[in-house]
Design a protein around this ligand. Structure first.
Ligand code: RNT
Ligand code: ZN
Length: 419
């Protein structure tokens, strides 16, 4: 351990102790908090299906920075590189269209565990855990804006089959890796312009979900979660899977809700939803992202809402109930750098939340000492939590501070720039 890092850490421990906070305890908790890295940042949500096609479903990756991953091997190498620069043990979130199809064209209603075995083997070797997602977009059967809510029962059945297969794959991932795999269901369904059939589409989606969940999975190995949205590009007028829809469905059927930070109205925040939802569903999945003006999926940075999300998880004593996953796809900058910045920012937010003098703050609040509460909250913002994070990186054998920039530049020079 570098002397400077140790000294700064010792100073920080004393500073936090003076406000009643145990730094080592906070670090122990942080170390048990996995973050799920979304595989789709490395290749701009393209997937490896061996069919010509583009990203559809109302989402868009903008930019054409060189070096995107073009194969499973490249994508895994990029994730390995990012993981090298992130302290702690983490998860990788795979989408169904990233299967290892060995040059074959395998349609979505035909995928099996064998197409994901190499992902599981890789994860085992690297000590990652896996999460999974059905892929209900970028497909000719989703091109008219509907999948599970489609008016045609045959198309609905196709997507029902896909999602059931995904649930089985997720279950097997969790079983083999000994860690519950979160399986997320997000569909793009909606319409660009006025529809006079809102109820019908939602009824269709409800029926499809009922069929999907008829297959019972083992809770120990996998858990489904359902993700709402306010609107997509080209689907501005109506989204079938709205927040009310999934909140109703999830609470009634005890299925966790996925809160994506970019899926609400521009000034609506997900941090405030955590403590409400937790009273009605056992768990929550988060898609941490940064939306600018719309669901733009910018790289997560250490902003106020990220800190608020972390604070709400910790203040609600919900570290074991809230699954933190990232969801952004910025194609305009170095993609490995995008991973590292996003995960480090998320960890810093969690660390700040874990270092809160919560006992004193709650005492102040109980006594009606609102000035004191505000002042202490202000003071903790500039407490030396950065020194604690640097120490955590060093202890985990991970590059400390901005020195990782040069490391990513080197990887770009040696690897991604040659693609
Ligand atoms: C889309 C949703 C969804 C996707 C991924 C690729 O708006 O956020 O989670 O980003 O499934
Ligand atoms: Zn999302």
């Amino acid at each position: 351990m570098n002397d400077q890092i140790q000294k700064s850490f010792d100073f920080a421990v004393a500073e936090f102790a003076s406000i009643g906070v145990d730094v080592n305890k906070a670090l122990e908790q942080l170390d048990k908090l996995p973050i799920s890295l979304h595989c789709w940042q490395a290749d701009d949500v393209t997937g490896f299906e061996n069919v010509e096609g583009s990203l559809t479903g109302g989402i868009q990756a903008t930019g054409n920075y060189p070096g995107k991953a073009r194969s499973i091997e490249e994508l895994r190498a990029d994730i390995d590189k990012a993981m090298e620069l992130i302290p702690g043990d983490h998860r990788v979130n795979i989408h169904a269209f990233y299967g290892d199809f060995g040059g074959e064209v395998v349609d979505r209603d035909q995928i099996e565990i064998k197409h994901f075995q190499s992902w599981i083997d890789w994860a085992k070797e690297k000590n990652y855990k896996l999460d999974f997602n059905a892929t209900c977009f970028s497909h000719d059967k989703s091109s008219d804006g509907h999948t599970l809510s489609h008016p045609d029962p045959a198309i609905r059945a196709f997507w029902v089959e896909h999602v059931i297969r995904c649930r089985k794959i997720a279950e097997e991932m969790g079983r083999q890796l000994g860690s519950k795999c979160m399986h997320n269901i997000w569909i793009p369904d909606g319409s660009k312009d006025v529809t006079v059939n809102r109820l019908q589409y939602r009824q269709n989606l409800k029926d499809s979900l009922d069929k999907i969940f008829e297959y019972k999975t083992n809770d120990e190995y996998m858990k489904d979660c359902i993700e709402s949205k306010v609107f997509g590009i080209g689907l501005e007028n109506f989204t079938v899977g709205s927040h009310e829809f999934y909140m109703g469905y999830g609470i009634k059927n005890n299925i966790p809700i996925t809160l994506d930070a970019g899926h609400f109205h521009p000034t609506e925040i997900i941090s405030d939803k955590i403590s409400s939802l937790l009273l009605f569903t056992s768990e929550i999945m988060l898609h941490v992202t940064r939306s600018i003006r719309w669901d733009s999926d910018h790289v997560v940075i250490l902003n106020e809402e990220l800190v608020a999300i972390a604070q709400e998880i910790v203040r609600a004593d919900a570290i074991d109930k809230v699954h933190v996953g990232l969801d952004y796809f910025d194609a305009s900058i170095n993609r490995i750098g995008a991973y590292v910045v996003g995960v480090r920012a998320t960890q810093k937010a969690l660390l700040q939340a874990l270092l809160e003098p919560i006992v004193t703050l709650r005492q102040y609040e109980a006594n009606g000492q609102n000035f004191e509460r505000m002042a202490l909250l202000e003071e903790v913002k500039s407490m030396p939590w950065g020194a604690v994070y640097n120490y955590y990186c060093a202890k985990k054998g991970v590059i400390v501070g901005e020195a990782y920039i040069a490391d990513i530049q080197q990887y770009e020079k040696d690897v991604t720039s040659k693609r």
